[in-house]
Design a protein around this ligand. Structure first.
Ligand code: SF4
Length: 482
């Protein structure tokens, strides 16, 4: 098996011919599309890292399924060291791309499905686990990108799936045939969808008896008949389409979001990994969410590194880097960012082997990690905004720099420390703007709040995992009370 290079990956998605709708136009050819290309480059980065001498060791693993080399982004974790290395790899990608590089969601789905199918087979006598192993070996061998799709639209939140006015608001089995099923529904917030070869569909919540038609876990190619991808807007996204792209902030990479609709899509039996086992839906949801909450302990920290670096740089360019309050604020940013990382590493290092043989994260610490992620990036963004100054929100466009009248004025009046060029100062401010208020803030802030579940979901898990009864019992014992 040979691992793809970034260019080979880009070539492979070029031929997918996805059914995509972008800004009101049906767009078949996505390669070279200026809205899509930056996020594809971020995925390509994960491929190139498996080839570079400095990163190869971190990004390449021995597959437990084929014993051949695989990219860690498709690995079934074999140890706590694998879990720790996953977080290190994600931080590395975050600091080099300053955006979502998308591949972790399929990795997290795969590890959750791997252990869940094993336990489901043991209880129900189903044959999902071997089927999934075969499917995932193929993913590793082909070195593909898989989008893990969990979030349903959910409609009226007070109502169960079967009580919704429209049953499709939770993705469901519409028809059962001898060779497979027909599914209908939608998945929201799919960051990597347009850059993926495959989709792993999972249920979005714990299902109950009577809700079997919503208990479906299966794989669908992104270009399958009946699959529609609808592009989601991000703040300032059309700056990527401007003639002079200097105002984008992140010149090389970027994110995007997609709503994907499954309109009567046929899924053959060999691609189904759960159908109707409602008692395993919650387990699958919980495991996937916990793996992805661990993931944020790496990727968001890497993006935080970029924000801290840019903030320190703009402080120096503004001539305020020696002010003690500025230094203290930057230390605070570092402290918050490293606290997230500490949780990402801790939930990995204290992970445990599942009955299926792969390793799961420590559920309590993974949820603590993600709960911090719902808060700390916002505080980092606040401190970065404070240190950067008001120019962050009032900069003239980069096109003005070329204007014979406006350009010289901008260079003259936006000059700061004589050690740096005005044009470089503007570039740094644009990067900070991208992360705290522009297209990059979707990944760094909104996604930090809601991705892998909103804060209340983590609080519920923390409450469940914390063994409060045990703590009270130990206090009783300490005080010798009944
Ligand atoms: Fe990976 Fe982070 Fe993007 Fe999730 S949000 S896919 S963990 S980079």
């Amino acid at each position: 098996m040979s691992l793809k290079t970034g260019q080979e990956y880009l070539d492979s998605v070029k031929s997918l011919d996805l059914n995509a709708h972008i800004l009101g136009k049906k767009t078949g050819e996505l390669s070279g599309h200026r809205l899509v290309e930056p996020s594809r480059r971020a995925v390509a980065f994960t491929y190139d890292c498996a080839h570079h001498p400095g990163t190869r060791e971190l990004f390449c693993v021995e597959s437990s399924l084929s014993h051949d080399v695989a990219n860690r982004f498709t690995h079934i974790h074999q140890s706590t060291e694998d879990l720790v290395n996953k977080v290190k790899m994600q931080r590395y990608c975050g600091i080099h791309t300053a955006c979502c590089f998308q591949r972790c969601v399929g990795l997290d789905a795969a590890n959750a499905i791997f252990s869940t199918t094993f336990e489901c087979d043991r209880k129900h006598g189903t044959a999902y686990h071997q089927r999934f192993r075969d499917y995932w070996r193929w993913i590793q061998q082909e070195d593909l990108v898989v989008d893990g799709a969990m979030t349903d639209p959910k409609g009226d939140r007070e109502k169960r799936p079967k009580d919704q006015a429209d049953p499709d608001l939770y993705l469901r089995i519409k028809e059962r045939r001898s060779g497979g099923v027909v599914i209908r529904g939608a998945k929201l917030h799919q960051t990597g969808m347009l850059n993926s070869h495959e989709i792993l569909i999972m249920p979005t919540l714990t299902l109950r008896t009577g809700e079997e038609d919503w208990a479906i876990c299966c794989a669908v190619p992104t270009h399958e008949k009946g699959v529609h991808h609808i592009y989601g807007r991000q703040a300032s996204d059309t700056r990527k389409l401007e003639k002079s792209p200097g105002d984008v902030g992140n010149p090389a990479f970027g994110g995007q979001e997609v709503m994907t609709v499954f309109e009567d899509v046929f899924v053959p039996n060999e691609r189904i990994f759960m159908i109707g086992e409602t008692d395993f839906s919650g387990i699958l949801v919980e495991r996937f969410a916990s793996y992805h909450r661990q993931s944020y302990g790496g990727c968001k920290v890497g993006v935080g590194d970029v924000l801290i670096g840019a903030t320190a740089l703009i402080a120096r360019m503004n001539g305020v880097s020696k002010a003690s309050h500025v230094q203290d604020k930057i230390v605070e940013m570092i402290h918050l960012n490293e606290t997230i990382y500490a949780c990402g590493i801790a939930c990995s290092a204290t992970g445990e082997k599942s009955p299926a043989g792969n390793f799961q994260v420590n559920l309590l610490l993974a949820n603590v990690c993600k709960l911090n992620v719902t808060r700390f990036p916002y505080e980092l963004a606040r401190l970065a905004t404070d240190i950067s100054g008001g120019l962050l929100g009032t900069l003239p466009s980069s096109a003005e720099m070329e204007d014979p009248v406006a350009g010289p004025y901008i260079r003259k009046y936006l000059a700061a420390s004589p050690d740096s060029q005005t044009v470089d100062r503007i570039k740094v401010l644009r990067l900070i703007e991208n992360l705290v208020a522009g297209a990059g803030s979707v990944g760094y802030l909104i996604e930090s709040m809601h991705g892998a579940g909103a804060p209340m979901a983590q609080r519920i898990m923390i409450g469940r995992q914390a063994d409060l009864e045990g703590k009270m019992a130990r206090v009783r014992s300490l005080l010798e009370i009944g």
